[in-house]
Each structure stands twice: as structure tokens, then as C-alpha cells.
Design a protein around this ligand. Sequence first.
Ligand code: NIG
Ligand code: FE
Length: 420
Amino acid sequence: MPYTLLIRNCGQLLTLSGAATGQPLTGTALHDWQVLTDAYVACAHDRIVALGPMAELDAAQIGPGTRVLDAGGRVVMPGLVECHTHLVFGGNRAHEFQRKLQGESYLDILASGGGILSTVRATRAASEAELLANALHHLAGFRRYGITTVEAKSGYGLDAETELRLVRVAQEAGRQQPARVVPTFLGAHVPGPEYKGRPAEYLQMLANEVLPQLDPAEVPFVDIFCEEGAFSVKESRQFLEQAREQGFQLKIHAEQLHDLGGAAMAATLGAISVDHCDYLSEADAARIAANGRTVVVLLPLVPLFLRQEVYAPGRRLIKAGVPVAISTDFNPGSCPSKNLWLALSVACLKMGLTPKEALAAATLNAAWALNLQTEIGSLEPGKRADLLILDVQDYEEIPYWLGENPVQQVVIGGEVQDSE
Ligand code: NIG
Ligand code: FE
């Protein structure tokens, strides 16, 4: 098949393939994937069709319709997969930054009516057009960082109508720009202000009135925040079971600030991912590892921004056979950053991952955390042509250049993106 796009002279082509086991990458497989040196990757329309050493490039497939990019010895890799964001919201919380610096905790600010609830007020007050413009602005930022797939949670409406509006905005934002947007329903972020002190009734309302209005084929995931001040393990279990019965795949925010047991509970329900896990116990890590499918999504920028000393035990999780992914958790409260490269660096510095493990966690394992592992996350013929050319010569430089954006060129679905 004639190539429509050819990237030649890749100093290192990070394929993220060769260690696949039909399951998310765990243990040694997290770093056993293949790096090709002096290589090429070729695409036809939106698909990867060939890759290999430059010496094996089939010149017969190059024609007048082939766009050729010369990587000039640089690193080429799959587009990053951002598997946990709160993309759609109004306003920001810069005013709370100062309170945090003066020592108020995340849960103190929430209990005083700030935090998530302050973003809920700003989000309810915003028009659908404003929310869409904000989401498109943030997606443009994600694309500049080489993020070609973005999960987008609702969760700042906390009433039926606004939550559905946030899901619609995420879907529309997906249609209006090239990165793939995967919507998740997080109406169960905290009990809506109208349901203060009645969390179970709020969840019942969501399960009975809102979930039936969503199509799991378009909004595949239902998520819940299991934490003090949000929902208990018992409430979370019941709600997730109801969501599963209605055909949704499951996610949970758990063990972010306390060890309540929510992550292991969700894993036993077959959750696709359990996210945060900074306070996860060893016993619960072993329970999650036992199911072989549930991905722990590490969010290293969150403890950093919340001034928390405790980080998820990444190294121990890998040793225990738990599949890990990395994401920013982009949101206005606990991580106002879209810099997934910085998250990789902090995962290495504070959670004990190696550069190669961190790269797998933000690509193929993040794809597993969205159940998109057959479509994205690695460079293999048949997969979607989401590719990055990075301005580094060696993958070890990626988490080393702290806070930099190494992206030189982004390809989404075989289309080279103009720099914005
Ligand atoms: O993933 N922990 C709960 N939800 C978000 C933060 C939301 C907010 O503070 O606005 C998180 O960290
Ligand atoms: Fe989150």
C-alpha cells in the first residue's frame, strides 16, 4: 500500500511493542518493549502500515502522494495518552492557591464550601458555549504537549442537567479538533449542594435519572470519588454496581487522601482503572494485581500540587505485578497542569519509575486504562497513526529535561499538525 506519510531517520523509534501479553504491561514487561535505532515508520491515511530499520524501507511504496518527514536522528514515539482529566469546567481556583500555601488542606477548603464546590458554582454559571471554548483551549494545550487522546470527566455540574451538559461539551470538543476525546461520567464527584448530607439519595438520583440518558457506546466510563467528604466505599460499591448493570465500564478515584479500601473494592467489580492510590496498602495492591486487568493510574502532579508528602508507591506496585499508567489529572483544584512530561519526571523522582517504565505508563498502559489498547498506545501496523517527533536524541532525556516540552512535531490520525 503506498505510504501517505513516512517518518525517516528516527534515531530511536519507541515502538512500545514486543512485550505485549494480551494484558496491560506489568513487571519486567513495562521496560521490555522494543526500541528500534535508525528506523522509519510509515502510514497510509490514519493507520500505521509499516515500521522497521531504515535499511529495510520499501522505496516502492514512496510516491508523489507521500509526505516525508525527516526525524534527523531524533526520538519518535506514539502520541501520549492522557487517561484521567477533568477537562470541562468554568473559572479557575487561583484564589485558593494562597490558602493552600498558608496551610489549609484540600479537604478543609472543600468542607468550607470551596474546592470542587467553588468550581461547581463557576461551571453552573457558565454558558455551554463558554464551557466549549474553555475545553477547546485546554485541548489545544494538550495537543502542544503531544497528547493525542484525552479522557474528559464531567463532575462540576452535580445536578442532572449540568452534568449532561458537561458530557455534551466533552463530546462536541472531541468533534471540533483532531485529538480523540473519551468522555467519562463523574456526576458522583461529591454530593450536589442540593443533596448536602444525603449522599446516598444523590447517587440514587444519578443512577435512576441520569445514567439512563447516557449511551455506554458514546460515554463508556462511570467514575466516583471515594473519599472522606465525598462517597464511602459502601456507597461507591452500590453505585458502581448499578452503573455496571446499565452497561458502563468502571473507574474510581480512591486512596487519594486516606486508605479506605475503595481501589481494591472497584478492582473486584472489574474496574478498568483505579486512580490516585497514593495511600494504597500493600494488601490491596496484591488484590488489584490478582485480577490482572485493572490499571492503577498514578497522578504524581497531584500530591506535588497539594503539598502532600505521600506519593503512590509506584516501584512497589510494579514489583507486586500491578499494571500502572500515568496521567496529569488536569483539573482546576488539585492539578492545574497539562504537562504530562512533567508528570513522567515526577513519577521517576517520587514514585521510583524508570524512564522506560514511565513512557509505557503514559502510552500503552494509559490506552489500557481507556480500553483502547488495540487502537492506540504503541506503534504497530494497523494501529492509529498518532505519532510524535521529539527534540531529543535518546529516550532517557525525556524525563530528565524537567518541565520542558520535548515535542517537535505531532501527527494525529496520519495528519501532521501545524504548530499553533
Ligand atoms: O482527581 N479528587 C477528586 N477530584 C479531582 C479534584 C477536583 C477538584 O479539586 O476540583 C482529583 O484530584
Ligand atoms: Fe481526578
